[in-house]
Design a protein. Sequence first.
Length: 333
Amino acid sequence: MGGIVSAVLDPITGAKETKAAGAQAAAQQREAAQQSAYASQFRPVGMTSAFGTSQFTREIDPVTGLPYVSSAGYTASPQLSELQNQLMSQYGSQLGLANQQQQNLQPLATGAAGLFGAAPSVMSLGQQYLATSPQQAASDYYNQQVGLLAGGREQQLAGLRNQLFQTGRTGLATGGTSTGMAATNPELAAYYNSVAQGNQQLAAQADQYGMQRAQFGAGLLGTASGLYGQGAGLLGTQAQLGAASYSPLQTLLSLSGNVEGMAQQPYQQGLQLGTAMQGGQQAGAQLYNTGMNQAAQTQYGAVQAGNAANASLVSGLLQAGAMAYNPAGALKR
């Protein structure tokens, strides 16, 4: 009976062992996962070179329990720090010189504004000249000049007629021919010939004036275009010289950036080394996690197999006991 009771109690004990084994396996898996996460964390490496030193601070997150990089930095070597301080001390003076140069270049902008302001009026005047054709300009010139000479010619003709009247030759006319040429007074003939010759000269001058007027109008347009070009040139010169005035400051900034880059070399090398190692760390963490999981599963399986064997043994003992205390039932079977 004692053996039978012990065997009956074994399933209860086995259930407890199975539960404990499952909890232990789960705990081992959690620990394996945490250790894997810990092992695969990024771990930059502090470095030291002739240009400086890098520092990385790691702390443990109170919530997750995992490490993390809480701060990072680098320290330049004394030589680079001194050089950087010297370069930075010149920033203010170079910026002041550049600003002064901008003020010195302001007259260029003023001159350009003046040229831009004068150009429209010159262009408008040129367009007015070109609005009249050369033929119309020549006709206007001719009529104007004839009008100016008309008063003097009338006085000259009146004086000539008075002279002919005083000498009694008003009606004198010579030079007539049988071919149709009319006779006329020699003085009057000379007068009218002079007037005709003068008009011909005015006509020739009028044609030349019309062409010169058109050329002058085109020249005014070219002048206006030149004013615009000169104004743009002044602004371009101002911009070019203004940009050049900041060149020394840009050189200082570039040198400072180079110095800073040299001081950052240990910092960058530490990040690169940490990145290079992270792949191996993650692979090792994965192997560790897999091994721990397999061990936990094996242990849990062994407990379950033992419990199954105990359950089978108890079942057999119970059947044997029942047959012993119930022979009739056993015979019946």
